[in-house]
Design a protein around this ligand. Structure first.
Ligand SMILES: CC(C)(COP(=O)(O)OP(=O)(O)OC[C@H]1O[C@@H](n2cnc3c(N)ncnc32)[C@H](O)[C@@H]1OP(=O)(O)O)[C@@H](O)C(=O)NCCC(=O)NCCS
Length: 172
């Protein structure tokens, strides 16, 4: 069995960049995924237990530059709608941001989700995260479906965004 299902590969600035779906539970990835999370947010999103659970029962996608994991996208299926996937988190290592790689990662993820027969994707993004909102809305056509005033009990507003995969051109 494969450990990774390659969704896309390309070359950028001398690096071989690959996007892969982690098909099999791989606990050795937990430290690097934890580090990536801690580099990205003031407060940790994951513990080894949530990452282990997401890898086994959800689906995790990674982008690598040569051998280094430089970004990840963590997903799980929506309880209310089995044809819908929740993007729980997506992040790149800081130095790799702003070069189009988040767009590439998300395109690889959506392509693969579509192959799995998923019909729509939903996520919550902080209202002040203008770069992420630009990626989701401007580049992929995610629609704002709600404003969440205090979703995580931190007083921060979030946009609830949804994309019907049939409306995505796949051209990113
Ligand atoms: C969000 C994230 C994954 C996006 O990946 P990225 O590689 O940085 O994004 P890209 O380079 O593909 O695209 C960014 C786009 O946003 C635009 N942008 C950047 N800052 C912006 C701002 N303040 N307002 C509006 N648009 C902005 C850029 O111009 C670019 O669009 P362009 O290519 O048309 O110029 C990455 O920045 C990241 O890891 N951020 C920290 C973690 C995070 O916030 N994750 C999202 C949680 S839901």
């Amino acid at each position: 069995m494969e450990r990774y299902h390659l969704t896309r590969s390309f070359n950028s600035e001398g690096y071989d960049l690959t996007i892969a779906e982690i098909d099999l539970h791989d606990p050795t990835l937990i430290p690097v995924l934890t580090e990536l999370d801690l580099l990205s947010y003031a407060e940790p999103t994951f513990s080894r237990y949530t990452l282990g659970g997401l890898m086994r029962f959800g689906r995790v996608f990674v982008i690598r530059a040569d051998e280094l994991i430089i970004g990840a996208c963590h997903t799980f299926r929506s309880f209310d709608d089995p044809e819908e996937i929740v993007i729980f988190n997506m992040a790149l290592r800081p130095g790799w941001r702003g070069h189009g790689l988040g767009t590439r990662l998300l395109a690889g993820v959506l392509e693969r989700l579509r192959d799995h027969g998923i019909k729509r994707v939903v996520l919550a993004v902080a209202s002040n995260n203008h770069r992420a909102i630009a990626v989701y809305r401007m580049k992929f056509g995610f629609q704002q479906v709600d404003l969440l005033a205090n979703e995580f009990n931190n007083g921060q507003g979030y946009h609830l965004l949804r994309l019907e995969l049939s409306a995505w051109s796949g051209q990113n």
